[in-house]
Unconditional design. Structure first.
Length: 498
């Protein structure tokens, strides 16, 4: 297949991506220099081609689509992917940023200096921390996939996969593979994990400083021999190259040691955070409530269960149609005591045009007496929990809330250097009566996924002094206006409700 790759120079993929020059590849893939249209400009790019096959084509395309949603200043962006045909060969392709050179092209001529190795390690660690938080594993950390693009070091993104996938599916079979992922070992049945990236990073670190790979020992289950290297790189490499995955340092531990801090003891790799940090709207039964409220529901359940048992033993008419006495769980499921139908309570009006993510609230009528109107300043969620007492709160007694603790987004200086003017991001947060953020959503993303994600993650860590009505804390909604410049980040918090 490698001869065919070279012969396709000059062909055009999908009528818009010319294969200008063959850059390299293997039996299963090829990379070409190409161009893509950005507005009215033609920009240099790279295009990767892989033979299409029913068992791998759609899987690989789905990985590329997921990777294209990621945004990090040290990660090669993916622009477009799809299917095409060249000659009689069905192919899948992905178009990505084209880097000037990669680390594998530098190492045959010289090893990296200590300063260069530190800069490389910092960039790769930052990318891996980001990927692992998102639930991804790089799976291909090695010098050929660490690239220079302008003044930035960037890591490839066309080989990403989800943690838990099989290493056999990914074709991981080279000197940088972790022992648990190597060809022909019983561990091939295991799934890939962030610990495999740590091993590959250790091999790469040794090679960048010595121009040689670590030497595997003949005895099984022994760690490889690491040549002499300066600290802290020797200690980092030795903790990366542990044969047992749980014995390796995690990415945060490596970063801590590189910065001169003592790594926090940890026996396993940190689980990834969910892909979407913003919590979905929850039913009101799941909203945070005081312990006393939970106790109330516990008592109600206990009383209901007692009534059911009483009905069973006294031959209640509800159970007379059954030929055999039901089990306790069945009786509970039948719910012989039916509460009055719930009454819909309209939520209080919002000052902003954004539709609230909080679901409608139902309030159960406790008596035939009419309930007095509730002041508009009370958040509707509190009605279900405080019923009669909330109804008696005087209108106009609102005490506005305040910011108790502000968290600034963590932004790399290399990312700030890309800013021209000001990047603006708006995040809306819903805050509980204790002042903790319940959920957050991006109201205005701005032009950058990276900065919008940084703002969203920071907003979820804010603390507030909740507004009060009649001396009691109530739920509130705030809008946080973030502004990023090359020199600083500023935030303007605005209380929207109540």
């Amino acid at each position: 297949m490698s001869d065919t790759w070279k012969q396709w120079e000059g062909q055009i993929v999908k009528g818009k991506f010319p294969l200008l020059r063959y850059l390299g590849g293997s039996e299963r893939c090829a990379v070409y220099l190409t161009e893509r249209l950005d507005g009215e400009r033609h920009i240099k790019a790279a295009i990767k081609l892989i033979p299409d096959a029913p068992e791998i084509g759609e899987l690989q395309l789905s990985r590329w689509r997921e990777a294209s949603e990621l945004s990090h200043p040290h990660l090669i962006p993916l622009y477009e992917m799809g299917r095409c045909d060249l000659g009689d060969q069905p192919l899948i392709y992905v178009v990505m940023e084209c880097a000037e050179e990669n680390l594998a092209q530098v190492l045959p001529g010289r090893a990296l200096t200590n300063a260069e190795a530190r800069a490389m390690l910092e960039s790769v660690l930052d990318v891996l921390a980001y990927l692992h938080r998102k639930g991804f594993v790089h799976g291909h950390i090695k010098p050929a996939n660490i690239m220079a693009s302008g003044d930035e070091l960037k890591v490839s993104s066309d080989g990403l996969s989800r943690a838990g996938e099989s290493p056999e599916e990914l074709g991981l079979h080279d000197a940088y593979d972790a022992p648990e992922n190597a060809r022909g070992t019983p561990a091939m049945s295991q799934s890939i994990s962030p610990a495999g990236d740590v091993w590959s990073l250790g091999v790469t670190l040794v090679e960048t400083l010595t121009q040689n790979l670590p030497v595997a020992r003949t005895a099984e289950q022994q760690d490889p021999t690491i040549p002499q290297m300066p600290e802290p790189f020797l200690d980092i490499a030795s903790h990366c190259l542990r044969r047992r995955p749980h014995g390796r340092w995690t990415v945060p531990q490596i970063a801590a040691h590189l910065e001169g801090r003592t790594p926090t003891p940890q026996v396993s790799v940190m689980p990834p955070e969910p892909q979407i940090p913003v919590r979905a709207p929850r039913p009101i039964a799941q909203q945070s409530r005081p312990p006393a409220n939970r106790d109330k529901y516990t008592v109600l359940i206990a009383v209901g269960s007692a009534l059911v048992l009483a009905a069973i033993f006294t031959g209640s008419s509800l159970l007379r149609h059954h030929s055999a006495p039901p089990q306790l769980s069945s009786a509970v499921d039948e719910r012989p005591i039916v509460p009055p139908a719930p009454r819909e309570v309209a939520p209080a009006p919002r000052k902003d045009p954004v539709k609230s993510t909080r679901p409608a609230v139902t309030e159960k009528e406790q008596s035939s007496k009419a309930i007095a109107p509730t002041p508009a300043s009370i958040h509707p969620v509190t009605i279900h929990e405080e019923e009669a007492s909330v109804a008696k709160l005087p209108a106009g007694s609102l005490v506005r809330g305040e910011v108790a603790h502000q968290v600034s987004p963590e932004v790399l200086q290399s990312a700030r250097n890309t800013i021209r003017g000001t990047v603006r991001v708006t995040v809306k947060v819903n805050v509980d009566r204790l002042g903790d953020v319940e959920d957050a959503e991006l109201e205005s993303r701005g032009p950058s996924k990276y900065f919008s994600q940084a703002a969203l993650e920071a907003a979820q860590l804010w603390k507030f002094k909740p507004p009060k009505v009649g001396g009691r804390g109530v739920l509130s909604t705030w809008t946080l206006h973030f502004e990023f410049t090359r020199d600083a980040t500023t935030v303007e918090p605005i209380q929207e409700m109540p």
